[in-house]
Ligand binder design. Sequence first.
Ligand code: BLA
Length: 665
Amino acid sequence: MTTPAVAITAAERIRLESCSRESIRRPGLVQPHGVLLTVDLHTWAIAQTSASCAAVLGLQPENLLGLPLSDLLGDETIDALSAALTGRNGAANPVPVEVGGRRFDGIVHFADGVVVLELEPELAAEGFATPSMVYAAVNRLATLRSREELWADAAEELAVLTGFDRVMIYHFHPDGHGQVVAEVRADDSMEPYLGLHYPASDIPAQARELYLAKLSRTIFSTSDAPQPLVPEQSPVTGEPLDLSSAELRSVSPHHLQFMRNMGQASTLSFSLIFNGELIGMITCAHRTPRRLPLTLRRGLEVFSNQVALQLSAMSEIARLTRDTELRALRTRLVGQFTSHDDTVQSLLHGEVTLLDLVPAAGAALSHNGILSTVGSVPDLPRIDLLLERLRSSDRLPFASESLALEHPDLVSVVPSVAGAVVVPFGGQGDYLAWFRPEITETTRWLGDQSESNRDSILSPRNSFSSWSASVSGRAEPWRGLEVAAIELGRDLDSALMRQAESALAHLGLHDALTGLPNRRLFTERLQRALAGDPRGGTVAVIFIDIDSFKAINDSQGHGGGDTVLQQIAERISSATRASDTLARFGGDEFVVLCENTGQDGARKTAERVLGALLDPLDIAGRPLRVTASVGVATATHVDTPDSLLGRADSAMYRAKRSGKDRVSD
Ligand code: BLA
């Protein structure tokens, strides 16, 4: 299930604003099937009553106001109520209460500095789910692993546990609009709402906030007139009483009309909360008035909480799995980028590409002033212009799912694109970009969303039959992948930085022409080798000088001498052992450090070097024979790097003087 693109109309904006201003916490009214009394905290005398006392208790408000509550209920009940109020010894609502021979569930809580006592006519225990049925249902849900299964099974369980004839689970999308994600209907004559979306204003913001604190709400009947409190204002605060936590709070007339339009006589709704956020709701609806005992409602609050916790755990796991996958893809992309010679091609056509990280119609990469692309993308000059526009208007990094709605100035630049992500990386002018085309998305709504389906702008819809509407001008949403793109840009940045640093470090210790260690690195290694050979005899240095190199250099012309030296370096290198250090000392001089060997071993290596030069080099298709004079010296216990090199150098001169192309000790 994905979040559809929802275009919010001007009328919906007005509803969102106006509907959320209704004071639903202090409506001054309660539902008529019970009685709400407020009691002075100190004297326990009755301060307010709902007008329903006449019908429910057979007592007029004037019989009750000022009366000590104990005169009405008896001292024992007052004790039980005060225990439930404070939770003493684990006491809790409801408290059995009898008035005039009628039995009630007594429910107490504090509000606005008074004790609020609600009396709900007791329901016969038979015919309602027992606590053990609720526990068993919770246990069955605990084994489920997918969100869709959990939604569906929770609705099935609740249909059985509540006996309501329609149970629906709603999921709230990030923009606040909702969707019916599970539904159980008592019979097929009832219109199906499963899958339908509804606008955010159906459940306004202040209602959602209230539902964070009050986990279940009963609306017993949409046809009975709500009852005012007498007196209307609280004697303590002089204001309408805060009914946020009251079971009998009368609901918004807008919502009552909504329910009547839907054919609902009663509902029982539960909040699905995670991390202090209302992530969804459950509504059990009935076509005739129906209510459940408080103990069962409380049990079902625990059930709903279990559903919310499981949903949250599932989405956390999904999020972490996705993060890990994205991180692994980024690591592979950076790996390809740093290990391939053609870095750009590796990102666009390697084993893993930019399109694996961020799926899109096409992607582009601008690196070192060269723009390359993969997949379906706008013409290169258009991409260039887009990058330039974004850069000059400081809009980078950039992500949009609808250029038409969010960046109309870019539409003419890249008319084929609806969604784009562009992130900078590396040097000035290096960018990664992804493009998505426009898609037309059809959403099935709960009722015609046009204003003709409402009596006035603030009225609920009259019809709720499935109604389809399409939204265009948008691309498929990026859903957080724009962050993965930014992170890839950063990863490539650091990889480039590391490469530059190690290139610099290499340059300081290596010869730029041949890539061999230079004099500095060679001397360091020789120093270390001598320190590890305090008695001498196992460290030797071979000094190689190319014979008549000046003449060769002059004959080869510009750049030719360099090629000769590179080929000579490769030949000499092939003749040395893997553990030897071959260095270019400068000009046409090469040295080899041989460890764990003696004079004989080093001589053998030196002979191999001459052998490796026997075949003529191939310089631009022409053969060139070169020879070398080679000197070998082995360390004694008194040698320093300089003295050992000096002796090898002298030996090399002896070879040169005695006719070149030979080795001398
Ligand atoms: C409340 N609206 C609600 C509630 C639901 C819906 C479930 C919460 C009821 C509760 O928790 O007790 C909406 N009911 C639905 C939907 C379905 C359903 C979408 O069965 C889908 C099948 N409502 C309007 C308009 C206004 C409005 C136009 O349609 C405002 C002008 C207001 N809805 C509104 C208010 C509440 C509400 C104020 C809070 C009711 C209350 O708790 O007092």
